[in-house]
Design a protein around this ligand. Structure first.
Ligand code: HEM
Ligand code: HEM
Length: 183
């Protein structure tokens, strides 16, 4: 079933919440682990990040096959455009984040494993106890991309979240209820 103005398909709702909640969890873990050097969390962050990428591909594919959602009602052009920009930022960010993370870790010599299953081998100097990068410039660039896209995405999520609350509590429309499948 395709999305309509009245009702969203089960696929849209399921993919929105699986990816949305996973991405919020990844952002929280990502910021926490890098600020606090909590290295024990890195493998968990990477594993979830790689696995969710498969769902993200399906989600983004479905969004473009199905087209963007029709707004529940008519709103001021500025509100509509802002929501549209934020949806684009979010869709682009959820593709850029796992790819940049994967390349940063792979090219940096840290390796990538999914819950213990090795995808890209790590390359450690046993004496200096440091990763030996395969390509330090690429790893460094991707680390910048991951950080900048990550923070841009976090700002977009906050605006998106307050936008959803505004529709629900101020406009009192069906926007949030429709995404929760409750209409
Ligand atoms: C949707 C997927 C992902 C999201 C939303 C995400 C989000 C984030 C965020 C917000 C940060 C903190 C950035 C900072 O303040 O420096 C971070 C850090 C990090 N992420 Fe991801 N990430 C994702 C996927 C991945 C993947 C697939 C990998 C690797 C395979 C990865 C590896 C890392 C690493 C190594 C760091 C720490 C960087 C550092 O210590 O400076 N991430 N991530
Ligand atoms: C608790 C947090 C969230 C709430 C309450 C929420 C709520 C909503 C609602 C109500 C819509 C429908 C908007 C409309 O009818 O035009 C929507 C759409 C959307 N949301 Fe969220 N969302 C949340 C988190 C996220 C996250 C974390 C992401 C991405 C990383 C995301 C990405 C999107 C995108 C791209 C759309 C456009 C429609 C689509 O592609 O399915 N959302 N969200």
């Amino acid at each position: 079933m395709r999305d309509t103005r009245e009702k969203l398909s089960a696929l849209t709702i399921t993919l929105h919440w699986i990816v949305g909640l996973s991405v919020i969890a990844l952002a929280v873990i990502g910021v926490y682990m890098s600020e606090n050097e909590a290295f024990e969390l890195y493998p968990i962050h990477k594993s979830i990040g790689v696995l969710i990428f498969a769902v993200i591909i399906a989600r983004v594919y479905w969004r473009f096959v199905n087209g963007w959602l029709e707004p529940v009602s008519t709103y001021k052009a500025i509100e509509h455009n802002l929501a549209k920009i934020i949806h684009w930022v979010l869709i682009i960010a959820i593709v850029v984040m796992p790819i940049s993370g994967f390349i940063m870790s792979g090219a940096g010599g840290y390796g990538v494993s999914v819950f213990g299953l090795e995808v890209i081998a790590a390359q450690f100097d046993p004496i200096a106890k440091e990763a030996i990068p395969h390509n330090a410039a690429l790893a460094g660039f991707m680390a910048e991309v991951h950080e900048i896209a990550g923070w841009t995405m976090i700002v977009a999520i906050v605006l998106h979240f307050f936008g959803a609350l505004k529709h629900h509590f101020i406009n009192k429309d069906n926007t949030l209820r429709r995404m929760l499948g409750k209409n």
